[in-house]
Ligand binder design. Sequence first.
Ligand code: C2O
Ligand code: CU
Ligand code: CU
Length: 453
Amino acid sequence: MPLNRRQFLQSTLALGALSQLPRLSLAASPSADVDYELTVAPADIQLVDAGTTPAWCFNGGYPAPVIRARQHQPIRIRVRNRLAEPTTIHWHGLRIPIAMDGVPFLSQAPIPAGGEFLYEFTPPDAGTFWYHPHMNSVEQLGRGLVGAFIVEEAQPVAFDSEQVLGLKNWHVKADGSFDRLSRPRYAARMGTPGQLQTVNGQQHPSYPVPAGGSVRLRFLNLDNTVTYDLTSSVDDARILAVDGNPLAQPVTLERHAMGPGMRLDVGLLAPAAGETVTFYHKGKPLVTLHSEPGEVRHGQIPALPLNPVPAPDLANAETLSFVFEWDAAISPVAKQGEASGPSFWTINRRSWEGMSQGNIPEPLARLKLGQTYIFELENLTQYHHPIHIHGHTFTVLSSDKRAIEPFHTDTVLLGKNEKVLAAFVADNPGRWMYHCHVIEHLKTGLMGYIEVS
Ligand code: C2O
Ligand code: CU
Ligand code: CU
């Protein structure tokens, strides 16, 4: 049943009976003590016919394994680093303890070349999330280290068919070799776009769906740079969840902007056998579904239960203002602790300094554990920025540019010169990254962290 604005803001779920649920049997794992093993290593993959691409992959291929966890049940993932450089893995959008957040220096020591780390946590929310390194991000993500992380609902929801759709544009030339992943003059603007548009590593793939069946599509923007402008060939596709979090009331997908790091769960009923549904980015086809005769047991789109995101206490909230600006630094600023590079962007007039062992800059803000905050996010640039927070989920309240029905997200896409109010309860102690998810923007200043204690 649809919730009104007030009910949505106050909603909490009864979590009582969850411990009695059957345990999900997870994908076969090579060892008995973990659910998944991920080996991070170089691997040559085939993206174009003319040649292979020297990618960096999880478990030797692309797309990466889709990790499936169950809401409120622990999962253990061993990560082995076989790159020639350190890495960490971050679980984007999951509200889990800081020690498992996968940010170098702030939450864990980097996993050295040849080393390994055991991640173990219990996802509180169900939905479409993802995983990626949090070191040398332009290159580690740009070369292919991105994967889908699905958290199944504690009480299963029934669709006839489901498809994970990982969107990524590769910076590769016609022969498959890599082009430059970043160019300063683009980093100072919208970011350096890749040339090869793919879904699950393929150009415009096509997937079968059972005619008349209910279909759940999990779109993920795994790209460093591109904001996808998603449209479809049908007029009854429905947005069920945004960035992993179900909407109180699904809306029809007309056009939806998905910045880097963002996700979208779309529900639809497959058309008659022989017919197709296509999804587009700026009018170019991304993926097509073709209906085939098949078993249909449900034939209707189920409602997704809301996630147990704590309701912000707006009456007693404290407002903090964050202003995102372009900083016309003429001479590049050398950063400590990582390869030096230019700095183009600021949060509250400060450009992220970078960090290293024993050298962690000051937080952007110190938050009191348990207190509700309203972040006033103000974009004073002519580019958009997907602003992401770790360890918490925003409730987006309003914008000065568009009408907003409050919704939950871990990444707020700020349009140019837009101001958005987003609230959350600072209920997760730790030092949490807070940054733009255009990877070249975070690399050139648009990053920081908040401390909750
Ligand atoms: Cu996808 Cu710091 O995050
Ligand atoms: Cu994240
Ligand atoms: Cu940005």
